[in-house]
Design a protein around this ligand. Structure first.
Ligand SMILES: Nc1ncnc2c1ncn2[C@@H]1O[C@H](COP(=O)(O)OP(=O)(O)OP(=O)(O)O)[C@@H](O)[C@H]1O
Ligand SMILES: [Mg+2]
Length: 263
C-alpha cells in the first residue's frame, strides 16, 4: 500500500518544489514507484520536467472533471524500468479554486478522486507539491495525504526554533479535515555553511527540551547552485550534477526518509 505525502509550507521559496522533485527522483532511482502531483498553479514542478505550463491536461481540469486521469498523467522513464509519473499543474489552475468552491465537501475532492484511481495500489510514494498558501488546493492536498513534510529555510528555522516550528506544523493537521494526518518530518533547506555552527547549536538546544528530535531530519540540504540550475534543464539533481552537494544531500535525505518509513 503506497503512502501519500504533502510537501507543504505556506511560506514561499522554502524549497517545497525542489524537495518534491529531488526526493521523488531519489525514491524513483531506488526502484520505488513514484507519482508527483503538482497542485501549485505556479506549475514550477511541472516546468522542471519541461512540461507546458499552459496545457489543458492539468490537475485542475481533472479535479473539475474536464479531463480523465489518464489524459493528464505523464510518465518519465528512467533506466532499468524505473519511472516517475507526474500529474502536472498549469497556470490556468488559478481559476480552479473558484470552481471547486461550490462543490460538496470541497476539501476532499482530490482524496476521493485519487481513491477512485486506486493510486495507493499503483504507487509506493506519492509526493504532492503545494503552493505557498493554505488555499483550497493545499487543503485538498492535505486531506488526500497520509503525512506531511515541511521544508524550512535554515535561517528562519534557526530564528524561530523547534517548538514554534512544531506549533506551526500542526496548523496543517486540522482535525475537521484529516484527523489521521501525521507529520513525516521537517527538512532544513538552503543551508548556508556560515550558519552551520549557530543553527545546529540552537536547534539541538530546542530539540533537547522539546522532545521532538525525531521530527527534524538529520540531513540538512545545503545551499547549492546546481539545485537552482537543474530545473532549467528539465533535470533532477542526480542526473544534472551527480557529484554536487545538492545530489549528496538529497541522496542522504532519500536514505533517511526510507529508514524512517521502515520504522
Ligand atoms: N538548497 C538549495 N540551494 C540553492 N538554491 C535552492 C535550494 N533549494 C531551493 N533553491 C532555489 O530556491 C528557489 C525556491 O525554491 P523552490 O521553488 O523549491 O521553493 P518553493 O517552496 O517551492 O517556492 P514556492 O513557495 O514559490 O512554491 C528556487 O529558485 C530554487 O531553485
Ligand atoms: Mg514551489
Amino acid at each position: 500500500m503506497g503512502k501519500i505525502i504533502a510537501i507543504t509550507n505556506n511560506k514561499g521559496g522554502v524549497a517545497k518544489t525542489t524537495t518534491t522533485l529531488n526526493l521523488g527522483a531519489g525514491l524513483a532511482k531506488q526502484g520505488h514507484r513514484v507519482l508527483l502531483i503538482d497542485t501549485d498553479p505556479q506549475a514550477n514542478l511541472s516546468s522542471s520536467f519541461k512540461l507546458d505550463d499552459q496545457s489543458d491536461n492539468n490537475l485542475g481540469n481533472f479535479l473539475i472533471k474536464n479531463k480523465k486521469w489518464k489524459d493528464i498523467l505523464v510518465r518519465f522513464d528512467l533506466p532499468e524500468g524505473k519511472f516517475i509519473d507526474i500529474a502536472p499543474a498549469a497556470r490556468q489552475m488559478e481559476n480552479v479554486e473558484r470552481v471547486l468552491f461550490s462543490e460538496n465537501s470541497r476539501e476532499k475532492i482530490l482524496k476521493r478522486m485519487l481513491e477512485k484511481e486506486n493510486i495507493k495500489s499503483n504507487y509506493d510514494f506519492v509526493l504532492i507539491d503545494c503552493g505557498p498558501n493554505l488555499g483550497l488546493l493545499t487543503c485538498n492536498a492535505l486531506c488526500a495525504s497520509d503525512e506531511f513534510l515541511i521544508p524550512f529555510q535554515s535561517e528562519y528555522f534557526a530564528q524561530i526554533g523547534t517548538a514554534k516550528i512544531l506549533e506551526f506544523a500542526f496548523m496543517f493537521k486540522d482535525p475537521d479535515l484529516n484527523p489521521d494526518l501525521e507529520l513525516c518530518g521537517i527538512v532544513i533547506t538552503q543551508y548556508n555553511d556560515n550558519m552551520r555552527g549557530k543553527a545546529i547549536k540552537e536547534i539541538t538546544q530546542e530539540v533537547r527540551t522539546s522532545g521532538v528530535a525525531d521530527k527534524v531530519f538529520r540531513t540538512y540540504i545545503r545551499k547549492n547552485i546546481k539545485l537552482m540550475e537543474s530545473p532549467m534543464y528539465g533535470q533532477n539533481i542526480f542526473d544534472y550534477a551527480p557529484d554536487s552537494n545538492g545530489a549528496i544531500d538529497y541522496g542522504n535525505l532519500t536514505q533517511e526518509f526510507l529508514e524512517r518509513q521502515r520504522n
